[in-house]
Design a protein. Structure first.
Length: 529
């Protein structure tokens, strides 16, 4: 908003006498013609709404300190501007302080917001993420390259809001949005801030890989990108397994999908040894890595097919979670397995009715070539059993039916382990990237094992009914481990405007929940019950 002239003059007079607080070097006039001063930083400050509708809004401690620095002018200006700011609403002030020529104040909602057990998340953290994202974007729109952010009492959530909120895929456009670097305002909570930045950068890596076009992120390019991210860690080994290795592993189900494409498949295998002992049982992550899913001979409709460049979201989120775990130096061992290929129609592609043999010897009738994810995962899950895992967790954009069931509210979790469920669920309350438990009933198993030519059909016999559940029941046929969870992430693959701190596009969910889960597992070193 524009300030009255008298206020602007007063603010300028005031700012001449105030000490400098930071050392950002950006200069130049702001878009509205106010001088940015020597530093040119923007500042995002939170403000709580009052308990009673009419009551005065309450600053955070950073807001209070800044208001004292400008002799109470911020509070006065805010009250002149109208009623207290509602959650997620902002006001911008220019020229209040020479070190912060532009200040955005953003509504945080109620001060005492915490865990909401109807919503299954920490509302206070979600409010901070959303508010900080809005504030940072507003300053980005003003082309302010350097932003300080109020920790709002939870520096990790604030950092996540800033780094997730500013992310955008603009690699291939000549005209790019200005790069903005958010920093913590003040010194309180710098460790938590850094952790939040690392968590958010992890999710942004998954978003980047998912958003990128399929001709840029092919199986080999995906593997090389992850390898490059992990190159600096001496306790990480990356194996990029070629087609010949996949064949010697007798991964016939995976290969049957891959052979329809001109692009060679890759089996990506990552070993992160952060545990006290390199032979401590690892957490094994498995991710579906279909870099483009056309449906194959059971071709998908052309409208919206481009979104299937993100059908490697399972691989992207698990690999990004491992990159993040390495950056955080988490004290546990993690193995990541990502079968990567394209699903294309061609003279070599799977045909409906074909029968293929998975690594564990089970035969599968491919009744629909578009149900390809479970074929890749069947072999990868068999291989996952070679590592004496503490837990096996797979993520996959597996079924449109998952999106129908839960939409983008939560990842569907199918698990044979209540211990594993509890850890995933508790992690998701903290991250706000929620999970919801789904059934693994025998009821669904019968619908995939009743098959004319093979041990299993790759679709349920009642076709669309319970599609996410029959897919999970199919995967269960390749699992003997006592602690396994399948995360169907098809519904959370992309964001329109549901998650306020993510822009429209591929969402990289639930990377932060996987990281938080791994963190909790590393603190719970012996219990698996
Ligand atoms: N990759 C899709 C699932 C998907 C759909 C992910 C929408 C994200 C958004 C998967 O390979 C697929 O096509 N599944 C079929 C299974 C069906 C043929 C039994 C589906 O969901 O329609
Ligand atoms: Zn498919
Ligand atoms: Zn798919």
């Amino acid at each position: 908003m524009l300030l009255p002239l008298a206020w602007r003059a007063a603010a300028r007079r005031l700012s001449r006498d105030l000490p400098r607080a930071c050392g950002c070097s950006a200069q130049g006039p702001s878009p509205r013609g106010y001088s940015r001063g020597a530093s040119g930083k923007g500042l995002v400050l939170g403000i709580y709404s009052s308990e009673k509708d009419e009551g005065a809004a309450q600053f955070t401690s950073a807001g209070d300190a800044f208001d004292r620095l400008v002799s109470g002018k911020l509070r006065e200006l805010l009250s002149l501007c109208g009623p207290p700011l509602k959650k997620g609403k902002t006001r911008v002030f220019h020229g209040l302080h020479q070190d912060f020529p532009s200040v955005v104040v953003v509504g945080l909602g109620k001060k005492n917001a915490g865990i909401n057990d109807q919503e299954n998340w920490n509302e206070g953290k979600e409010n901070i993420r959303a508010a900080v994202a809005v504030g940072c974007r507003q300053l980005q729109d003003l082309e302010i390259p350097c932003i300080e952010v109020d920790p709002c009492g939870d520096a990790q959530a604030a950092a996540e809001g800033a780094v997730l909120g500013l992310h955008e895929y603009n690699e291939l456009k000549q005209k790019k949005k200005p790069v903005v670097t958010p920093q913590l305002h003040g010194s309180a909570g710098s460790e938590a801030w850094q952790k939040g930045v690392t968590y958010a950068e992890g999710q942004n890596l998954a978003r980047y890989l998912m958003e990128a076009p399929a001709n840029h992120i092919t199986p080999i390019k995906f593997a090389e990108h992850i390898e490059q991210k992990l190159r600096s860690f001496s306790n990480v080994k990356v194996h990029i397994r070629p087609e010949s290795w996949i064949a010697t592993q007798q991964m016939g189900a995976f290969l049957s999908v891959a052979k329809g494409s001109a692009e060679p498949p890759i089996f990506l295998e990552i070993h992160y040894s952060g545990g006290a002992n390199t032979n401590d049982s690892p957490l094994v992550f498995v991710g579906k890595g279909v870099t483009f899913d056309s449906g194959g001979i059971s071709l998908k409709p052309s409208s919206g097919m481009d979104a299937m460049r993100a059908d490697m979201g399972g691989a992207a989120t698990i690999c990004s979670a491992i990159v993040t775990a390495a950056a955080l130096n988490l004290p546990l061992n993690i193995i990541g397995l990502a079968p990567l290929c394209e699903n294309m129609p061609s003279g070599k592609a799977n045909k409906p009715g074909d029968v293929v043999r998975a690594k564990n010897g089970k035969t599968i009738q491919v009744d629909n070539t578009d149900a390809e994810g479970r074929l890749l995962l069947a072999d990868a899950l068999c291989y996952a059993h070679d590592f004496n895992a503490r837990a096996i967790v797979n993520a996959a954009t597996l079924t449109g039916a998952m999106d129908v069931a839960l939409g983008s509210a939560a990842t569907g979790v199918f698990t044979n382990s209540s211990w594993l469920w509890t850890h995933l669920y508790e992690a998701s309350i903290v991250t706000g990237d929620r999970v919801w438990r789904m059934p693994l009933f025998e009821h669904y198993t019968k619908q995939v094992t009743d098959c004319p030519l093979a041990d299993l059909s790759n679709i349920g016999k009642y076709s669309r009914a319970g599609g996410a559940c029959t897919a999970a029941a199919f995967l269960k046929e390749f699992v003997t481990a006592p602690h396994w969870a399948h995360l169907d992430i098809a519904g959370v693959m992309s964001n329109k405007d549901e998650v306020p701190y993510l822009r429209k596009g591929m969402a990289g969910r639930p990377t932060r929940t996987l990281v938080e889960f791994a963190t909790r597992l590393s603190q719970d070193s012996h219990s698996t019950k």
